[in-house]
Design a protein. Structure first.
Length: 217
């Protein structure tokens, strides 16, 4: 299975750094990707950050193609300019999409401890659960940042899955799950290559070793 992860769609609506800018793609590129993956059963879609473009551009495109997506939200961004408000989050939920936790303040979870980590992985989870009146069982690490301590705490909180930004293929049974970030610097050919590329045994061992090292930090 391959997971494609989006961020912002369409015009950039606030000041952002160059790294985040590369994660915003135009609507035409989004539609090309969705048209390609729509017939496939081995692709999963996620989107991070809770940008307003999730409901302006992404949600209609998903509904048009009868596709599902998990929306990972930061609780402190709710109702703030350029981000989703409560009604839009409920609209996403009522459309049959899943909601996951992406932290409270969009901090990297690598190196966080104590109250700072609990704000990100517990307080945000509880706030979002109260809003959607349902359990949240999936989390996505902001900036792809995680370490041994944060993963241990996520396990304690009984998250079913934790999604990273580690590229590559994954298994539905993986708890720590790789995703492939879609960037504006990519082409549709690049995306097709990500989806269809089968890593060699050596490449797979290297990727798993890299993930293991990150888990043990």
């Amino acid at each position: 299975m391959v997971i494609l992860n989006f961020h912002g769609i369409g015009p950039i609506t606030r000041d952002i750094d160059a790294g985040e800018k590369d994660c915003w793609i135009n609507l035409r590129f989004l539609e090309e990707i969705l048209d390609y993956v729509a017939p496939r059963k081995d692709i999963k879609l996620t989107v991070d950050d809770g940008n307003e473009s999730d409901v302006t551009f992404l949600l209609p495109a998903l509904k048009e193609r009868n596709l599902k997506c998990t929306f990972f939200l930061c609780s402190d961004r709710t109702d703030k300019p350029t981000f989703l408000d409560k009604d839009q989050i409920l609209e996403i939920r009522s459309a049959g999409m899943s909601i996951g936790n992406h932290g409270k303040y969009h901090k990297s979870w690598k190196g966080l401890t104590g109250e700072s980590l609990l704000e990100e992985i517990l307080e945000s989870k509880e706030s979002l659960e109260l809003l959607i009146a349902d359990s949240i069982t999936a989390a996505a690490c902001p900036f792809g940042g995680y370490d041994r301590f944060s993963l241990k705490q996520l396990k304690k909180l009984e998250y079913d899955k934790v999604y990273t930004s580690d590229a590559g293929r994954c298994s539905p049974s993986d708890w720590l799950t790789r995703r492939n970030t879609i960037r504006r610097s990519m082409s549709i050919g690049d995306v097709k290559s990500i989806i269809n590329r089968k890593p060699s045994v050596i490449q797979e061992v290297k990727m798993r070793t890299k993930t293991l090292i990150k888990r043990l930090r």
